[in-house]
Design a protein around this ligand. Structure first.
Ligand SMILES: C[S@@+](CC[C@H](N)C(=O)[O-])C[C@H]1O[C@@H](n2cnc3c(N)ncnc32)[C@H](O)[C@@H]1O
Ligand code: SF4
Length: 376
């Protein structure tokens, strides 16, 4: 397989620490007030060196520092990784480089350092600007902290800023949810991730469920929220992602289009296309196991043949534009027509998919979960 036949490749870097664990969060994040960032930064370099052969002649089209709270990590501790990426020409000025940042930590002092390293996109985890909402979510920042964080990022010249908001929160009304969107939009944010709160297993909220808005309130939040975003000129390009055209997140799109990526750091996943088919990598999730290096290496396994097409479409159908039949074939090695005939005849009969590509129709988009369930 030549490099030309391979999908675009991204880099995911996981930073697994937070000041405080939030009660709804099932991400690989651990409370620690004094993590060993310098050692961690060196281990990220070692991971990259070990897995770089999977790149072939490709460069990373995007890099994403996710967490956890990556903005706790001092820029100096990330510098060796950036040096390695530059020395090998694995990134250049065109690479989208995103870092997740939380308001209300010591992070603001780090922002200028990230910008100097080449980070050109910040993803700011606001969740809500509302004091009661933030308290119920166990967040450590205030609405004012969130606004200051966004404004500082803008003042420092980050060309792209995403704000993460959650909706359908305990005690939230439709007007509360819209006020959150309007506050972010009023600050000139051009990309919003607007997630409905989900109650995940192994979280405090799962053990002690909060009272969520009623079904009719949820419908109202959904409807008015989408209207607000559309009027502001943000186009929904994925289930929870909205952007001024041209500001879509390349890294997230790479995942949804079943592109390749390497994963560095505790608990990071990777996915790489090889001549034997797509492979998936996992790493130990526990930071001190990872730091001990006894079991830090990525564990690579082929993605089971019967799952490849489903995995590809479970992601691709979340994109409003879906996935072309050609992309499906190059990413999976499967025949698009045969796959569709075998698994999606019912969706076609019900008018849930556009002809010719793997894309939900208007009706299919309104019932996307039904379409996705046909693939599970
Ligand atoms: C990797 S997480 C956390 C990033 C960052 N540490 C923060 O908390 O702001 C990325 C985003 O997922 C969303 N998220 C996390 N848990 C969620 C849940 N249970 N339901 C809906 N969205 C969730 C939040 O919007 C969060 O900002
Ligand atoms: S939501 Fe963010 S800040 Fe809260 S525990 Fe999860 S990763 Fe950490």
């Amino acid at each position: 397989m030549t490099t030309q036949d391979l999908p675009p490749v991204g880099l995911y870097v996981h930073i697994p620490w937070c000041v405080r664990k939030c009660p709804y969060c099932d991400f690989n994040s651990h409370e620690d007030r004094n993590p060993p960032f310098t050692a961690y930064g060196q281990h990220l370099c070692d991971d990259l060196t070990a897995d770089a052969h999977f790149l072939g002649n490709r460069r990373f089209q995007s890099v994403f520092f996710g967490g956890g709270t990556p903005s706790l990590m001092p820029p100096d501790a990330l510098a060796p990784l950036f040096d390695r990426l530059h020395q090998n020409h694995w990134i250049d000025d065109s690479t989208e480089i995103t870092l997740e940042a939380n308001p209300g930590t010591l992070d603001l002092g780090h922002f200028a350092g990230y910008r100097a390293l080449g980070v050109n996109r910040l993803s700011i985890g606001v969740q809500t600007f509302h004091a009661d909402g933030l308290a119920r979510l166990g967040r450590i920042h205030s609405g004012t902290d969130a606004i200051q964080t966004i404004e500082s990022a803008q003042a420092l010249g980050f060309p792209r800023i995403n704000v993460d908001l959650m909706h359908s929160l305990p005690g939230q009304t439709a007007s509360d949810a819209v006020r959150d969107l309007e506050t972010a939009l009023g600050l000139g944010v051009q990309h919003l991730s607007w997630y409905q709160l989900t109650i995940e297993p192994n979280t405090v909220f799962h053990k002690h469920p909060p009272t969520l808005p009623s079904e009719s309130d949820l419908e109202q939040i959904d409807e008015i929220g989408h209207e607000t975003l559309a009027i502001a000129g943000l186009r929904q390009y994925e289930v929870s992602a909205f952007a001024v055209p041209g500001h879509e997140a390349r890294h997230n799109v790479l995942y949804w289009e079943f592109g390749d990526y390497l994963g560095l750091g505790a608990g990071a996943h990777g996915k790489i296309t090889t001549q034997h088919g797509p492979m998936r990598s996992t790493r130990t999730r526990i930071p001190h196991h990872y730091l001990s290096r006894a079991c830090a290496d990525a564990h690579w396994q082929p993605i089971e043949a019967r799952l490849i097409g489903f995995e590809c479409l479970l992601n691709g159908l979340r994109l409003r534009r879906g996935l072309s039949a050609e992309d499906f074939e190059t990413r999976t090695g499967l025949n698009a027509h045969d796959f569709r005939h075998q698994y999606l005849t019912r969706a076609d009969t019900l008018g849930l998919l556009e002809p010719g590509r793997f894309q939900a129709t208007e009706l299919g988009w309104r019932h996307l979960n039904t379409v996705l369930e046909m693939l599970i």
